[in-house]
Design a protein around this ligand. Structure first.
Ligand SMILES: [Zn+2]
Length: 143
């Protein structure tokens, strides 16, 4: 189950003094580079690349830290948060993309920098769901 093949060259397995808070199975540190002040990352301590390979203990530990961050920073660095986990095995690891599963916690506020720079231009991405697409996806998810 556990693979540490990429442990040595994984930046998130070698955080050293970057860790701001941790529990038994997960840890918190500042994203560097980051999108906004207070952009934090929460990772399992174990090197896990596929998010569905996280154990229930790791998931609970990760979300305990995510919700801890939200309560600490609400009203200070943002009025809300985006929680994001990207799984993109089609992109090679680089400075902006690390394979070790991680969750972004990004403080957000109305009309903030992320909205100004990108989200205001993404409104056209939203289209009404049609019946064929709904049925096709629902079929794929059937057991
Ligand atoms: Zn790692």
């Amino acid at each position: 189950m556990e693979t540490n093949a990429n442990h040595d060259n994984c930046p998130f397995c070698n955080l050293d003094d970057r860790i701001l808070k941790q529990n038994d199975y997960a840890q918190v540190f500042l994203s560097d580079p980051h999108k906004v002040a207070g952009h934090l990352l929460v990772t399992p301590k174990r090197h896990v690349e596929k998010p569905w390979e996280l154990t229930n203990l790791e998931l609970t530990a990760i979300f305990d830290l995510i919700f801890w961050i939200e309560q600490k920073l609400i009203g200070k660095l943002g009025d809300g948060f985006d929680i994001r986990q990207n799984y993109r095995p089609f992109v090679n690891q680089n400075r902006l993309k690390v394979n070790h599963t991680h969750f972004h916690v990004i403080p957000r506020s109305e009309g903030d920098y992320i909205y100004e720079i990108s989200e205001q231009y993404e409104k056209d991405l939203f289209v009404e769901l049609d019946d064929m697409e709904r049925d096709a996806v629902a079929d794929m998810l059937k057991d």
